[in-house]
Design a protein around this ligand. Sequence first.
Ligand code: ZN
Length: 268
Amino acid sequence: MSPTITDEALVLRRHRYAESSLVTHVLTRSHGRVHLLAKGAYRPKSAFSGVLDLFDTLELTWSTSKRSELGLLKAGRPLRLRRPISRNLSRYRRSLAVLELADLVARPGATESKLFSALELSLDRFAAGVDPELAELSFSLHFLQALGLAPALTHCASCGKQAPTASDSDVEVYFSAGSGGCLCRDCAREARASSARVGRLSLDVLRIANSLRSADSATLAAFRLPVERRSGVRDFIERFLEYHLETQPRSRRSARKSRRLPTRTVSR
Ligand SMILES: [Zn+2]
């Protein structure tokens, strides 16, 4: 008999297979990325109908076989529904964007529990009506943290010395995505000497990013980010992400096109 596994899961993507079946890629809390075949999922009386929706936390049971990478879904039930996400276009679009990010990095057979928790937290926030842009930015920072790629925002990424603490919000700091975050003057000079790209970034942007990263859900719900600061913070986080992912996620490509942002502002 094939071994059976039960775990919590979030659907990353799904597509129809054959006449009435469904193949879904899910991120699980303890078993990383798993690919599953839900036989007959599109039949009217299927036990899986309404169970494999995007954004919900599910409990899935599947059997595995040495001959196939595709597990066979045996049973499923939703543990936490997040219906409000689909009722608002901005929440829906940004929730798809966070799923896309997770989909880019989630590996089969790896422990992705930090990524799972970050994804679940952000979906809860979208469902609860937190400002969707802030929820997405906060997820991006948690996502980098889960991958061990969190940018150094308060200390020099190279020597660990505290970064500038000037009270002037327009003060700029040295920043290098390749070096892992902000740099003190000495380390910035060294990095430049070894041909690393080092740019200047507003200290205020770094501080806001740091607050977004550490904010709990209640703090984030009350967070007010002035319009004139939004594009700077968003641009910084997106550039850092793209640098480390070495790709521009599809959802962000179209968002950038519509905003007509310049192509490079973080490091030069
Ligand atoms: Zn330093």
